[in-house]
Design a binder for this molecule. Sequence first.
Ligand SMILES: *[C@@H]1O[C@H](CO)[C@@H](O)[C@H](O)[C@H]1NC(C)=O
Ligand SMILES: *[C@@H]1O[C@H](CO)[C@@H](O)[C@H](O)[C@H]1NC(C)=O
Ligand SMILES: *[C@@H]1O[C@H](CO)[C@@H](O)[C@H](O)[C@H]1NC(C)=O
Ligand SMILES: *[C@@H]1O[C@H](CO)[C@@H](O)[C@H](O)[C@H]1NC(C)=O
Ligand SMILES: *[C@@H]1O[C@H](CO)[C@@H](O)[C@H](O)[C@H]1NC(C)=O
Ligand SMILES: *[C@@H]1O[C@H](CO)[C@@H](O)[C@H](O)[C@H]1NC(C)=O
Ligand SMILES: *[C@@H]1O[C@H](CO)[C@@H](O)[C@H](O)[C@H]1NC(C)=O
Ligand SMILES: *[C@@H]1O[C@H](CO)[C@@H](O)[C@H](O)[C@H]1NC(C)=O
Length: 519
Amino acid sequence: MENPITAKCCINQPWFVLLVFFVFCIELLRFDYSGFTAKKSVLDDNHGNLVDTQVSLPHDFTQTSNDSISPLPKTDESMKMAHREEELNVGTEVDSCLGRYIFVHDLPSRFNKDLVNNCRLLTRGTNKNMCPYLDNFGFGPEIDNPEDVLMNNSWFLTNQFLLEVIFHNKMKRYECLTNDSSIASAVFVPFYAGLDMSLYLWGFNITVRDSASLALVKWLSEKPEWKRMWGRDHFSVAGRIAWDFRRQSDNESDWGSKLRFLPESKNMSMLSIESSSWNNDIAIPYPTCFHPSKDSDIFQWQDRMRRQKRRYLFSFAGAPRTEYQNSIRGKIIDQCLASKNQCKLLDCKGATNCDNPVNVMRVFKSSVFCLQPPGDSYTRRSIFDSILAGCIPVFFHPGTAYAQYIWHLPKNHTQYSVYIPVKDLREWKINLNETLVRIPEDRILALREEVIKLIPKVVYAGSRSGLETLEDSFDIAVKGILERIESVRIMIREGKDPSIGFADGDDYKYTFPPYGDGI
Ligand SMILES: *[C@@H]1O[C@H](CO)[C@@H](O)[C@H](O)[C@H]1NC(C)=O
Ligand SMILES: *[C@@H]1O[C@H](CO)[C@@H](O)[C@H](O)[C@H]1NC(C)=O
Ligand SMILES: *[C@@H]1O[C@H](CO)[C@@H](O)[C@H](O)[C@H]1NC(C)=O
Ligand SMILES: *[C@@H]1O[C@H](CO)[C@@H](O)[C@H](O)[C@H]1NC(C)=O
Ligand SMILES: *[C@@H]1O[C@H](CO)[C@@H](O)[C@H](O)[C@H]1NC(C)=O
Ligand SMILES: *[C@@H]1O[C@H](CO)[C@@H](O)[C@H](O)[C@H]1NC(C)=O
Ligand SMILES: *[C@@H]1O[C@H](CO)[C@@H](O)[C@H](O)[C@H]1NC(C)=O
Ligand SMILES: *[C@@H]1O[C@H](CO)[C@@H](O)[C@H](O)[C@H]1NC(C)=O
């Protein structure tokens, strides 16, 4: 045989003959398995040993064959394979996880667990004790339901920055996990980038701010999973806005870390509550406080929101601060106050605790329109609170939602929102009350119905296995990332350069295209 090791030594040793025989058998098994894709490997997972043997083999079959870059769900090729498998295994069903397997990296604890265990250190920047918010898989403490404003057993005091913890915990219960990375369509990297960053955003030098990022990419790129697609099948989830990881220079006065500009990181995708202008950063909904466990919880809530009496034409929840006097926020607050009982202002820096969804929902579900101007960043969790309440969001900037939640919100934004573009405050000529009061009743009904239909898509469901038939925000995000990675895989297979279009900058996202008259 042409095995080089055989030629050099050992050929006369009986133990070696046994070893060669053993390896040969395993290789036969492996060949068989890789040829017929994922189905068999599930069985392997259930039988433990075989998976372990495969992992420890020195020769990785998957790296020498183009077919094996991964299972390919929607191609003719894989359909044929699945079909062939069916013929061969009469009576067994097609693997419903085919093309959906996700391998989760077991990162050193400094990248996730330690941050949660040391939650007392996370107060910086939020001035809150973050520890209670980490309860219930990151949903936070369950909250009371005074006056039946909310629904029993579905609402939690969820912190808006804990998406990475929530997502990781949901991923642990994802139905198509695999420990065999060779059959995985995607590799999840459970790095709590936002919690790590929140420790160092204020008052730390860039060496400290970048430390975990550099250690992470070093760890990842040394793993066998990296080489398969140079990280292009890897993704992570961050609970802070992507700009916090997009420091463009090493000037100490610049904001954030340079995680997303590191060469390895550029090959990866990151999902977060707000994306940057690079298209390997993808926005997914902020976690709200509503975590229903069953389809019926959603249907019940949707029904309530349809029947809800709405006494305010519009409302705004936010902080009136002097520095906003010349911002669109200042204008909005002025006009809200001037509109008397047509508008309800929820002063989040005053008497009202806007972290408590009882206060926010009480107002939003009594309002027809909810104003969503940009805040410190383009996006706000309030967008999703307003959707939950069946309150039609009013946007003023394309970066607040339209350019962000491309997987979760309809492409045609006139279906679910009102758009009043404000390019320049000096040109502000709008009277919000007059503009909104002119919108006809049938249009309001159509908009509201569309908003209410979005409710399941923007919640992170509370049950172990997700909702029964409805897709929640997590399901849609997973589907989105699998499709994105699959399209990269197709490019590789076709011999194209996978970096084309992968991490392009697109400042157009934050400019004002002619989105129609908005009304
Ligand atoms: C919710 O729970 C409270 C207290 O346990 C109870 O009084 C109330 O009737 C419940 N509401 C609903 C809609 O089940
Ligand atoms: C992966 O391996 C870990 C540790 O051996 C085990 O607890 C887990 O159940 C395995 N997961 C799957 C999907 O096989
Ligand atoms: C950055 O800060 C750390 C500790 O805060 C310090 O040990 C280190 O010397 C600093 N590095 C630079 C380059 O200033
Ligand atoms: C760093 O940024 C500050 C503030 O923007 C600026 O004044 C300074 O010149 C910059 N330093 C360098 C070396 O670019
Ligand atoms: C990023 O991906 C390209 C292939 O598209 C590869 O050539 C490059 O080495 C990768 N970078 C790193 C740091 O792995
Ligand atoms: C509408 O708002 C303007 C200020 O923007 C105010 O002067 C006017 O009284 C309001 N109209 C009503 C009917 O509330
Ligand atoms: C977008 O939605 C609106 C309202 O439903 C509809 O009138 C319009 O035709 C749609 N536009 C496109 C391009 O589908
Ligand atoms: C593997 O893919 C490369 C690039 O896509 C191609 O050039 C090569 O011919 C393929 N090899 C096989 C065995 O299909």
